[in-house]
Design a protein around this ligand. Structure first.
Ligand SMILES: Cc1ncc(COP(=O)(O)O)c(C=O)c1O
Length: 453
């Protein structure tokens, strides 16, 4: 179903809500402009309706949460049933049954499925918290405080997660309060190779790039050098960099990190908060490289719409945490909330079906194919896996064009399309639509972008 707009965007009701919000919310949170935002009222599948009754196509899945579709009926039903019995329990003291079931299912879908024994879980409420649980696990297991991360990484904004996020915009104002235990090396960003190798051809459109120019060997040298200098206990990586610009590294990249971690006896931590749960056309991003991490962090799509996250680790690694003697070292009030657990169980049952990944692969192929047909010198690179797709917008000289990317995002909203821009320079149009995106909806987006680029 294509968009259906009743009023100018934003309409009168959205404008009124924006004026009220301006008075009471910290001014740094919501961008309130002439043409932005609209206020969401309801959503279903790929569609979002705003407070003025306009219907939009959501190419963001609400920050990657609703891959199964907004208000996905089985998740709604699980929420309804659970809410009629129990809204809240005492997560680390007297938990609900649904927490047990969720931890079991997370173990089955990760380490048991990978043939790596049982997984053990620490639940949290946000992606940032799952990362922080992983950081704590790493230091308990290895005794080494340092964490190697990658330029452009986004792992969340809590202080632990911010320390390992390598985007200066978020770090700079708070740099003096950060822990200083993270160290960053370049990410294999083939379009703009940070190691000075040949750029990937424009408009490549395929899934995983092949690097034949020695970039990974150079990266290996740099990582080895850093490991020799500092006490590093973990390498934390996004299998595909999301917020950093939907950057797809060569498949061999994760395999290289796995080898290094094995040699050095340190932990490989996969941040799959964005790439996990079929977003990239496989259950997890690391499945593309057939790499098994030591810890995996999940969030966003885990529940399809409730703040719940998980850090799942190999049992042997997680057992670095001491047995609880009545006071958990890492917990929070809402840990294992029964509503979130019930929703996650319903969502995971669907994610576990091979048909779900197959659907994402097919929809992703079509989306990339129609975008690839857009002939514009302003598209420097089209990349992605499954339904995580980035369109890198450039100026005539090849430098990043964040102004045009921002223009596209605002103009798209006027056409009934929700998009976001990301990347270190804000010049990557980032697409992460729900998995049921119809071919005509992808075609509609491409037709509108032609007029903007
Ligand atoms: C890869 C990745 N890690 C961590 C996070 C942080 O998650 P949250 O915003 O739920 O704290 C995000 C959020 O966008 C993310 O994309």
């Amino acid at each position: 179903m294509l968009p259906d707009l009743h009023t100018a965007i934003p309409g009168p009701r959205s404008r009124e809500l924006a004026a009220r919000l301006r008075r009471v919310e910290s001014r740094n949170v919501t961008l309130l402009g002439e043409r932005w935002p609209v206020f969401w009222e309801r959503a279903e599948g790929v569609n979002v309706w705003d407070a003025d009754g306009n219907r939009f196509l959501d190419f963001t899945s609400g920050f990657g949460v609703t891959g199964l579709g907004h208000s996905w009926p089985p998740v709604r039903e699980a929420l309804r049933l659970q809410s009629s019995k129990l809204l809240h329990a005492m997560g680390d003291v007297h938990p609900a049954e649904s927490k047990v079931e969720l931890c079991e299912m997370l173990s089955e879908l990760t380490f048991e499925r990978w043939g790596a024994g049982r997984g053990k879980v620490v639940l949290g409420s946000s992606g940032s918290e799952a990362i922080e649980a992983a950081l704590k696990t790493a230091v308990l297991h290895t005794g080494k405080p340092g964490v190697l991360v990658f330029a452009g990484a986004y792992h969340g904004l809590g202080y632990g997660a911010l320390e390992v996020s390598a985007l200066e915009f978020f770090r700079t104002p708070f740099a003096r309060q950060l822990g200083g235990f993270a160290l960053s090396v370049p990410y294999p960003y083939c379009f703009r190779c940070p190691l000075g190798h040949r750029a990937a051809p424009a408009l490549e459109g395929g899934e995983f790039p092949q690097c034949s120019s020695g970039c990974l060997e150079e990266l290996q040298r740099r990582i080895s050098m850093e490991l020799g200098r500092r006490e590093i206990g973990a390498i934390l990586v996004e299998p595909i960099q999301g917020r950093g610009g939907d950057i797809v590294p060569p498949r061999a990249f994760l395999q290289l990190l796995r080898r290094i971690c094995d040699q050095e006896k340190i932990l490989l931590v996969a941040d799959e908060i964005y790439t996990g749960l079929n977003r990239t056309g496989r259950l997890f991003g690391c499945d593309h490289s057939e790499v098994v991490p030591d810890l995996i962090c999940l969030g966003k799509a885990l529940t399809s719409g409730f703040p719940l996250s998980a850090c799942v680790g190999r049992a042997t690694v997680m057992d670095a945490w001491p047995e609880s003697a009545g006071e958990a070292l890492h917990t929070s009030t809402f840990l294992g909330n029964p509503l979130g657990c019930a929703m996650a169980l319903a969502a995971l049952r669907e994610h576990a079906r091979p048909e779900t990944a197959a659907k994402v692969q097919a929809a992703g192929r079509h989306l990339r194919a129609v975008l690839q047909k857009i002939s514009s010198p302003r598209i420097g690179n089209l990349r992605g896996a499954g339904l995580l797709v980035g369109i890198e917008i450039i100026q005539a000289d090849g430098s990043p064009d964040h102004t045009l990317a921002a223009h596209c995002v605002v103009e798209a909203l006027q056409e009934g399309i929700m998009l976001l821009a990301g990347g270190q320079h804000g010049n990557v149009l980032s697409l992460a639509p729900p998995f049921d995106l119809a071919a005509e909806e992808a075609d509609f987006l491409a037709a509108k972008l032609v007029g903007m680029l």
